[in-house]
Ligand binder design. Structure first.
Ligand SMILES: Cc1ncc(COP(=O)(O)O)c(C=O)c1O
Length: 404
């Protein structure tokens, strides 16, 4: 599987753009296609569990807001910055995370992933580099490739990105942007400690570095103490905060948001005008109404309750079935557990054997731009039932035992 399927350029009579050379499909999307075709238990995707979708409430809200079209204008074009009642809600809501922002400092995105893409277009040129954690979110690596931007990995210790490594990379590469998932990182599920967040923001301030703080998982905490988001520690506007309703309401609605200084958001809005004009008014209004009618806190609470059980169960099944030589993270939230197997095992080779046995995971390599992660795998615990978790982990352990 490696880094995914190659774009079939040679099959087309139309030559591809230079930026598409060596592009591959997102490995997760490709594996998901495989697992959807068969009865495979999938620990591969980062999907929220469908049982968490508030479908009835959303159906009721949708009917009401479409009937109310003359008042809310959801069937009309909207502004690129986003649906005002939702921007206002978010500006108030992020105060709970320690972020002070006025409505002008909030824009709505078609999923938070769009924010990464818009920021790349607005702030970076082909040939530039971007600092990223090691491992990092694999779609960021895909986005960077598309923009012809080179990822530079930073090493981490138990507290998160190593400040010394950050300073050295700044001196060596003179980067403009650092991309982080500080809370329940994809893929490892780990978080950056508060003192480290403070240090990183200070370094960014001194070096005019923009930090993209990608936070789709922060509200999914099952144990431990909440850590203030980096945006809340940022008094000079170095942090662009990206949030999302994908994991706490529904990813299909494609509603995310960015919080940042107007001078950071404005260029992104100009790029978004060309990209998709604006995020769907209808889905923005659905999310806004869901939130404004007071549903969000209890809904997030019920999701956390469900995922806590799944996380704990997967951890206990790993303890029960996986070899003693394997190590894995114990995340306090999010959707993923990151497993490191003994160094001579290649999880890319393991994957087809696992799929044959009816279980899928994501191998480690797509999360590294520098060839690491061969012996690692990412396991998602939010989607499978307890029975599937036990069956899947047991099968995976058998495949690993054969490889050992
Ligand atoms: C770290 C990270 N950022 C962004 C996204 C995309 O989120 P959205 O659905 O809001 O675009 C994901 C989705 O899995 C993710 O893991």
């Amino acid at each position: 599987v490696g880094t995914g399927l190659k774009v079939p350029g040679t099959m087309s009579r139309i030559p591809l753009a230079k930026r598409m050379e060596n592009m591959s499909g997102n490995v997760i999307r490709e594996i998901l296609k495989l697992t959807q075709q068969s009865q495979v238990i999938s620990f591969a995707g980062g999907l929220p569990s469908p049982e968490t979708f508030p479908a009835e409430k959303l159906a009721d809200i949708t009917e009401r807001i479409i009937k109310d079209n003359s008042k809310n204008n959801v069937l009309q074009y909207g502004t690129t910055e986003g649906y005002m009642p939702l921007r206002e809600y978010i500006a108030q809501w992020v105060i709970e995370r320690g972020v002070k922002a006025n409505t002008e400092e909030v824009i709505i995105l078609s999923g938070s992933q769009q924010g990464i893409d818009l920021a790349c277009t607005a702030f970076l040129n082909p040939g530039d580099c971007m600092l990223v954690e090691r491992p990092t979110y694999l779609s960021v690596l895909q986005i960077l490739k598309m923009h012809q931007i080179t990822p530079v990995h930073l090493s981490s210790d138990e507290y998160g990105v190593d400040p010394q490594a950050l300073k050295e990379a700044i001196a060596k590469y003179n980067p403009r942007v650092l991309y982080l998932v500080p809370t329940f990182r994809n893929p490892s599920g780990e978080s950056i400690a508060l003192h480290r967040r403070q240090e990183i923001v200070e370094i960014a301030k001194k070096n005019n570095l923009l930090i993209i703080e990608d936070d789709p998982y922060g509200l999914l905490r099952y144990s431990g103490q909440a850590i203030p988001v980096m945006k809340g520690l940022d008094d000079e506007g170095n942090v662009l905060y990206l949030g999302s309703f994908s994991k706490i309401v529904s990813p299909g609605l494609r509603v995310g948001y960015a919080v940042g200084r107007p001078e950071i958001l404005r260029p992104m809005v100009i790029v978004k005008q060309g990209a998709d004009v604006h995020t769907s008014n209808l889905t923005q209004c659905i999310v806004s109404t869901f939130c404004r009618e007071g549903n969000l806190p209890s809904h997030i609470e019920s999701i956390c309750k469900l995922y806590k059980v799944k996380r704990d169960y997967m951890l206990s099944m790993l303890d029960k079935y996986f070899p003693k030589k394997a190590v894995w993270t114990h995340p306090e939230g999010g959707l993923f557990i990151w497993v490191s197997l003994p160094g001579d095992i290649d999880t890319n080779k393991l994957l087809p054997k696992a799929v044959d046995k009816g279980v899928a995971f994501i191998p480690g390599t797509p999360f590294f731009a520098d060839g690491g992660g061969n012996n690692c795998m990412r396991l998602n615990f939010s989607c499978a039932s307890k029975e599937e978790i036990e069956k899947g982990i047991k099968s995976l352990a058998e495949v690993i035992a054969e490889a050992l």
